[in-house]
Design a protein around this ligand. Structure first.
Ligand SMILES: [Zn+2]
Length: 338
């Protein structure tokens, strides 16, 4: 009898442990995206904030849907990045900012191969504007969450380069290190005061500006890590973390702290800029739609009601398969070191 009880207790502990791991894994790499969408709500003008506050859980939880869609569709991955250094050097004047001109110069296949992030953001902005015009509650919510994701990605330096995971400079794993592990470790201490969202008169210029800002930070991101690696005792760069029954290799806290110090407030700065950009894009879509009265939508939409089918489809695709196209390493801060 005693044996059975012990067995039950152990089984229960293991079960809880793996549950905790599952939840942590689900939330971890996605921490920054969720936080950006959530905080963007508080930048909104009075006419919008009520509706978004009521649906704040939706835009928070669905901040990572576009990454899930990578499992379902091959077209998805290139929407999250642009390897702009493939085409030339900063400030990339050789790259036409207009989609049609860029296609004419480089062909659509090439653009798809090296990422279409800036143009995709413009498309989503137009779709969100249309959703506001139609007062289509579900689409407003879904597209707001997705807009937040794509804009968030555009503020990450490693989303603007061919060397997106340090794979060309023997720094594999740096993508998740910068965009997942650092904000997870230190993001609670950031100051998120960003002020109020603004109308963006020229979305294309605005998008290219933040992409170039991201790209300018890239040298510090990559060279800084390489310098630090040289100085850091090699047996202390990584550590092993156990969650539930899984042990994973990750950047040690000592190395993370030293790297974060070296970057100064870079991660915080990019997150803050992303928050105000997301709020400003939501606001711009609403203003371009003629500032519709959102009081018609002032009921919180049940999460389950919003695109239930789409959610099921994404869940199924993720359970079944591998990411299509370029792999994105933000699902955990420790997936891609080896
Ligand atoms: Zn992404």
């Amino acid at each position: 009898m005693k044996k059975t009880n012990t067995f039950l207790v152990v089984a229960l502990l293991l079960f809880c442990g793996s549950l905790a791991y599952f939840q942590a894994a689900k939330a971890w790499g996605f921490w920054a995206h969720s936080r950006i969408n959530r905080l963007a709500v508080f930048t909104l003008p009075p006419e919008m904030i009520g509706f978004y506050k009521k649906n704040i859980e939706y835009v928070t939880e669905h901040a990572v849907d576009p990454d899930k869609r990578r499992y379902a569709s091959e077209d998805e991955a290139p929407r999250h990045y642009i390897d702009v250094d493939h085409y030339g050097e900063y400030p990339f004047d050789m790259m036409p900012r207009k989609w049609e001109d860029a296609v004419a110069k480089y062909t659509e296949d090439t653009l798809q191969a090296f990422g279409i992030a800036p143009w995709n953001m413009e498309i989503v902005l137009k779709r969100l504007t249309k959703a506001f015009e139609n007062c289509d509650e579900k689409r407003i919510l879904r597209l707001s969450a997705e807009m937040g994701h794509y804009i968030g990605d555009g503020h990450v330096p490693l989303h603007t380069t061919e060397n997106y995971n340090g794979q060309m400079t023997n720094q594999k794993g740096i993508h998740g290190f910068w965009e997942s592990r650092l904000p997870e470790l230190y993001g609670d201490n950031y100051d998120y005061w960003v002020g109020k969202a603004k109308y963006i008169a020229n979305p294309s210029d605005y998008i290219w500006d933040f992409i170039l800002e991201s790209h300018v930070a890239l040298d510090t991101v990559l060279l800084g890590e390489a310098e630090l690696t040289k100085k850091f005792p090699s047996d202390q760069k990584y550590s092993y973390e156990t969650r539930g029954q899984t042990t994973t290799k990750t950047y040690s806290e000592g190395f993370s702290k030293a790297y974060d110090n070296l970057l100064g407030d870079m991660v915080e700065r990019r997150m803050k800029k992303a928050i105000i950009s997301v709020g400003s894009f939501w606001t711009t879509a609403w203003i371009n739609a003629g500032q519709p009265d959102l009081s018609c939508l002032n009921e919180a939409v049940e999460l389950a009601e919003v695109d239930k089918e789409e959610e099921e489809r994404l869940k199924k695709a993720k359970a079944e398969g591998k990411q299509k196209g370029r792999k994105h390493d933000n699902e955990g801060s420790n997936l891609s070191i080896d």
